[in-house]
Write a protein that binds this ligand. Structure first.
Ligand code: MRU
Length: 345
């Protein structure tokens, strides 16, 4: 497997970097190619950023927000678009991740005020990375020596530019010498767990095992999971949340087996305007993602398919939200969101 060139992890080296702004373009690591190949793509136009978002070349809620923020910059500087057109194209890419809309709005505000959009996008990127690092420090005490953590999808550095959300506490625990172990759900249909999370963990020497999605209940039932940590794409003020499809059943199984279930997210993932999970728009993707994988048929051609990319988990299954400000119980969330001074959108 190709190795990525970078120094060994330390508190200042938070895993791989999902994207960076280089000389007027957005350079992204092509997440569709991992773990087989490390391919970087240089995106010089807003349409290319929008396409990269739609195709999951870049993915994961916080990374989507940062990519979209830089997409706005390209729309202004390289394409000469108006602010409404640029924001409209990017808003139409993927509906569920709240971060995407926050990233667009941050740059839109500055653009309308006639200020420097590139500085705004760079500041937004820095904030996302800082918040994810803070999530790591806040959540690491939950990961005791040798703790066995189950996670779903990829909520690592690839999904957040650096550090991760669900993986950040695991990284910080690892860097503190607590030797965590991670159960990695493979995450059908696009395998973000086995392709991306396992790759990130392997790069850094963090112990893990990939399991088929439908094996999680077996290991939870045998008492081999100490806690579950997942990321989120959108969290309402009640704490109901959307994350990669398959999260809901893991939450129910965790409750059934008395295993604490945590959700880690930066503030850009919280949508104060919504109260209930069923108000969250859930993306439904092409049936081809289920009917085929890597060119191999996984269902008969022409079989009807439903392919929701996310599911909705009620807040009653959540022990706590690992946020940059601390671990909050679902009932503490709304008050905390109200008390925060920084606007979220
Ligand atoms: O469809 P994806 O791969 O963008 O879905 C990603 C997830 O569901 C992640 O768990 C979520 O965005 C949290 S990332 C920190």
């Amino acid at each position: 497997m190709p190795e990525i060139e970078r120094p060994p992890p330390s508190r200042s080296s938070p895993g791989v970097r999902a994207l960076s702004w280089v000389e007027g373009s957005l350079v992204v690591l092509d997440q569709r190619q991992l773990p087989g190949a490390i391919v970087r793509r240089t995106l010089g136009h807003l349409a290319e950023v929008a396409e990269a978002i739609r195709t999951l070349t870049v993915r994961g809620a916080p990374t989507l927000g940062v990519a979209a923020a830089y997409g706005m910059v390209l729309g202004q500087r390289a394409d000469g678009l108006g602010v409404d057109e640029a924001a409209g194209i990017l808003r139409g890419t993927r509906p569920t991740a709240h971060d995407l809309f926050v990233g667009i709005a941050e740059v839109e505000r500055v653009w309308r005020a006639g200020q420097d959009t590139l500085s705004a996008a760079a500041a937004y990127e820095r904030r996302v990375v800082e918040e994810c690092h803070a999530i790591g420090e806040v959540g690491a005490p939950l990961v005791g020596p040798g703790a066995r953590v189950l996670t779903h999808c990829n909520a690592g550095a690839l999904a957040t530019v650096a550090w991760g959300t669900a993986l950040a506490p695991i990284r910080v625990a690892f860097l503190s010498g607590r030797d965590p172990f991670v159960w990695v759900d493979e995450t059908r249909p696009l395998l973000q767990g086995s392709r991306l999370t396992a790759w990130e963990l392997q790069q850094e020497g963090i112990r893990h095992a990939v399991i088929a999605d439908n094996a999680a209940g077996y290991f939870l039932g045998r008492g081999e999971v100490d806690l579950v940590i997942v990321g989120a794409d959108r969290i309402t003020r009640s704490g109901d949340f959307a994350n990669k499809v398959g999260t809901y059943e893991k939450a129910v199984l965790a409750r059934e087996n008395g295993v604490p279930f945590y959700v880690a997210a930066p503030w850009s993932t919280f949508d104060e305007t919504l109260r209930r999970g069923d108000e969250i728009p859930v993306e439904e993707r092409s049936g081809e993602e289920v009917r085929n994988f890597a060119g191999i048929a996984t269902a008969p051609e022409g079989s009807p398919v439903r392919n929701p990319a996310f599911d909705l988990t009620p807040h009653r299954f959540v022990r706590g939200f690992i946020t940059p400000d601390g671990v909050l119980a679902p009932e503490e969330l709304e008050g905390h969101l109200r008390a925060r001074t920084r606007p979220l959108l």
